[in-house]
Design a protein around this ligand. Structure first.
Ligand code: ADP
Ligand code: ADP
Ligand code: ZN
Length: 213
């Protein structure tokens, strides 16, 4: 099962991707997590990506595409995967389709987690991310057992720099301009599925499971 998660920043793509990956035993591939890991390790890629991420802009396609194409070709991705945060532009989607077509393969589902802009700022200002494992929580909606500490690994939780309201506004503009056109792209391919992302996390997940089974 090859799945793409679509949706605005903060719509809950990562939260749902994680649940999908656990239930169907497939890898969760998040380009945001890959970039943040590179930034933490101080790699060249991390340094380049950071300059864009800090401004709320997209990292250029040429820095993302090969990375994802290589990742989905790995052994553990043979039976499927859930892509979270990729593709984010039409050229990225076309490059993915072309790479998969070469392997006689294709994307099965593009799941759009639909959340209006009004809810996004609240989602993002309350988001807390684990510095150790990348797990995400929300101070009101999805709190941890102990404040500031990751339930999964005991790591420290932080507010991501790019989750501050000024940057979130910019990211929403970028989303509407560059990523939203993917909705039409996957509608035309007849694999788009839309779920209401404003309801409780487990209710969103139930709608997704319903689509996948
Ligand atoms: P969110 O959780 O808000 O959807 P991500 O963690 O997916 O954010 O991405 C954080 C940042 O990383 C983006 O704002 C962008 O700068 C960069 N990024 C992640 N994935 C991509 C991609 N596929 N193409 C370009 N930039 C990306
Ligand atoms: P994305 O990967 O799309 O940027 P996340 O999965 O990181 O989004 O979710 C953004 C924020 O909203 C996080 O703080 C997360 O805990 C919270 N969140 C996710 N799903 C829901 C939901 N259904 N209801 C309320 N808050 C949610
Ligand atoms: Zn953690």
């Amino acid at each position: 099962m090859k799945i793409i998660m679509l949706g605005a920043p903060g719509a809950g793509k990562g939260t749902q991707a994680k649940l999908i990956a656990e239930k169907y035993n497939i890898p969760h591939i998040s380009t945001g997590d890959i970039f943040r890991a590179n930034i933490k390790e101080g790699t060249e890629l991390g340094k380049k990506a950071k300059t864009y991420m800090d401004k709320g802009e997209l990292v250029p396609d040429e820095l993302v595409v090969d990375l994802v194409v290589d990742r989905v070709a790995k052994d553990d991705a043979k039976n499927g995967y859930v892509l979270d945060g990729f593709p984010r532009t039409i050229p990225q989607a076309e490059a993915l389709d072309a790479a998969l077509a070469k392997l006689g393969d294709k994307v099965d589902y593009a799941i759009d987690v639909d959340v209006p802009d009004e809810n996004i700022i609240n989602r993002m200002s309350g988001r807390r991310a684990c510095v150790a494992c990348g797990g995400t929580y929300h101070i009101v909606h999805i709190p941890t057992k102990v404040e500031g500490i990751c339930d999964a690994c005991g790591g420290e939780l932080i507010l991501r720099d790019d989750d501050k309201p000024e940057t979130v506004k910019k990211r929403l503009d970028v989303y509407h301009e560059q990523t939203q056109p993917l909705i039409d792209y996957y509608t035309e391919k007849e694999i788009l599925k839309t779920v209401d992302g404003t309801v409780d996390m487990m209710d969103v997940f139930a709608s997704i499971v319903n689509i996948l089974s």
